[in-house]
Design a protein around this ligand. Sequence first.
Ligand code: AP5
Length: 195
Amino acid sequence: MRLLMVAPPGAGKGTQAKRLADHYDIEHISSGDLFRQEVAAGTEIGRQAKRYLEAGDLVPDEFVLNLVASRVAAAAAAGGYILDGYPRNVHQAEAARELAANYENIGFQSVIHLRVSRDELRGRMVARSKLEARTDDTAATIEHRLEVFDSQTEPLLEYYANRGLLLSVDGELTVAAVTATIIAHLDAMHASADA
Ligand code: AP5
């Protein structure tokens, strides 16, 4: 199974990606986690990416492909992956598509979108800011991240819908109910594809 999650900040991409990775025994690859690890380790990429993460801006595209491409190729060969946070704009999606065209069985089979209202997104990120030390969970940066999603990432929904890959589910159910809904849809889609 090769999956991508596209949803706004706080929608539950990381939460659901971990659960789906466990369920399908595939690798969870989070571009945000990879950048945070690079920042914590003080690598060159981390030093370059830090200010973008703190501001809630996207890290320039040239840093991202290098970070995820080899991991995606290895995970695809090992049975599958769920990508969380990459591609994040149409330019990244085109680069991923061009790369995938050179290989068999590496491209996305489904793109999962979680629908969550703005008030719920804000509430989740504010609640998380009291539990975790994410530098981008401040009130001003949360608003900016939502704007960045609207202007740069949301066009991906139409991009993948036009390719027949988009699965959009209600992300305001309980965590377990969201997972169950996604699994039911994916299993039905893959069963009909195999028939
Ligand atoms: P990234 O790490 O991808 O962050 P994000 O998109 O802002 O998403 P979040 O991690 O805030 O939310 P999530 O949707 O994963 O929700 P979560 O499961 O945590 O990116 C961070 C930064 O890295 C970017 O701003 C950018 O700088 C850089 N970056 C990353 N990828 C990039 C790329 N491709 N190109 C350029 N730059 C890139 O859940 C949120 C909270 O809600 C949690 O507390 C959770 O417990 C709770 N929750 C989850 N589901 C539910 C539910 N159903 N009900 C109630 N609470 C829930």
